[in-house]
Design a protein around this ligand. Structure first.
Ligand SMILES: Nc1ncnc2c1ncn2[C@@H]1O[C@H](COP(=O)(O)OP(=O)(O)OP(=O)(O)O)[C@@H](O)[C@H]1O
Length: 384
């Protein structure tokens, strides 16, 4: 549906700001550094990454608000932007026909709720503009979807923050764009409202089936909302995948650290067959599930999510089984879980367990880890 090829955008920056991204000798910063992506019809696709990684610049380039240095952007078969690949082309922002919702809701305060939504239809070129009655029907339909129909006559400023954000969405949807661009649309809202709107957005996206691109630095939001996520770092795409894939099989330390918490241990392969491998770590041997045999000469990092570590009392659990023996160094109660920091031969492993399981500091414990939950991240010499 949307295809981005080798997109690149640099900004001139004063030399004291260099270092946040990939800076070149001439003090240029590559905000987008050779990004290629494909977004499928009906997807909620998210750009996720830390501040300054190039999410917004990529989104703005799709919108036509930013002019990339090179690369191509195509929506279905229509070239929206192309530079440095033969014939240059650039469709202006108002001709791209995309829906956009940004962080600040940018509703028009002097207009009513109805008029805010009707406006994009009213300013369409005369030949495309729907008849007054059709505009009315479309506005009321989209207001009803957003559960704002009861407020149609109200001044837009008399809405709550969450309602104003829904109004901004209604306005973006009323023209029935083929693609909806959302840049941190929930970030101005308080945590509770953000969570409820997150569900609503997902429901809505599912119902309408509109292809959407969502920008956020909030990993929980990205995991909850997306069909697929592109994790970005320093202007590049670090990994693309479904939320569960990205979470359970991060391909780099950056991704594993950015999305959730992980325990990391360096590892080398001792034995490797089809489906399972034994790796050596400074804390002992561990069985790991693999989808291909490991390279015995390569180095890996294994990532273990705290919630994948089972904590058992050493006196009742046999030392055999996949895992390590250690001593609880600290625990903290989090309400829905209890975190245990367990010392295993000098490494502090974090385990997040159900509050019904809680061991005080000093308890000898056995940590058990399902081989299928361990991720293997290639470091040196490994092919992946
Ligand atoms: N107009 C500009 N002039 C100079 N540098 C810019 C400009 N816009 C963005 N940048 C720089 O490009 C890099 C990428 O910025 P971008 O806004 O795309 O990141 P982001 O991932 O969306 O971050 P955030 O989550 O903070 O919005 C940053 O280092 C930023 O400072």
């Amino acid at each position: 549906m949307l295809r981005i090829d080798n997109l690149r955008k640099t900004f001139d920056v004063p030399s004291d700001q260099r270092g946040r991204g990939r800076a070149t000798a001439s003090a240029q910063l590559a905000a987008i550094d050779d990004v290629s992506l494909e977004i499928h019809e009906g997807e909620m696709f998210t750009f996720l990454g830390p501040s300054g990684c190039g999410k917004t610049t990529t989104l703005r380039s799709i919108a036509g608000l930013e002019r990339p240095d090179s690369g191509e952007i195509r929506l279905s078969e229509r070239v929206l932007f192309s530079r440095g690949r033969g014939r240059d082309r650039e469709v202006p922002v108002n001709r791209r026909g995309l829906g956009m919702v940004f962080q600040s809701y940018a509703i028009w305060p002097h207009l009513s709720v109805f008029d805010n939504v009707a406006f994009p239809l009213q300013v369409m070129p005369r030949r495309d503009r729907p008849k007054k009655k059709v505009i009315e029907e479309r506005v009321m339909r989209v207001l009803a979807t957003m559960e704002l129909d009861a407020f149609a006559g109200r001044s837009a400023t008399k809405l709550s923050g969450g309602q104003q954000q829904r109004l901004a969405l209604a306005r973006a949807l009323v023209t029935e764009p083929p693609l909806l661009l959302l840049d941190e649309p929930l970030s101005n809202l308080d945590a509770k409202l953000r969570e409820s709107l997150r569900f609503e957005l997902k429901r809505l996206q599912h119902e309408i089936g509109i292809t959407s691109i969502y920008v956020t630095h909030d990993q929980v939001e990205a995991l909850a909302l997306s069909s697929r996520i592109a994790v970005m770092s320093k202007g590049q795409v670090a990994q693309v995948g479904a939320p569960r894939d990205i979470y359970t099989h991060p391909e780099s330390k950056f991704v594993a650290e950015f999305i959730g918490n992980s325990n990391f241990l360096p590892a080398t392969a001792v034995e490797s067959g089809n489906g399972t491998a034994i790796v050596e770590t400074p804390q002992g041997r561990l069985e790991v599930a693999v989808d291909r045999p490991l390279d015995a000469t390569a180095s890996y990092l294994i990532g273990i999510r705290p919630e994948s570590v089972e904590v058992l009392a050493a006196e009742t659990a046999p030392a055999a089984g996949n895992g390590f023996s250690g001593t609880v160094a600290a625990r903290s109660y989090l309400g829905e879980a209890v975190d245990h920091i367990v010392d295993i031969g000098g490494y502090e492993m974090r385990a997040r367990v159900n509050p019904s399981v809680s061991f005080p500091a000093g308890t000898a414990v056995r940590l058990r880890i399902d081989p299928a939950t361990i991720s293997l991240i290639p470091t040196e010499g490994a092919s992946r």
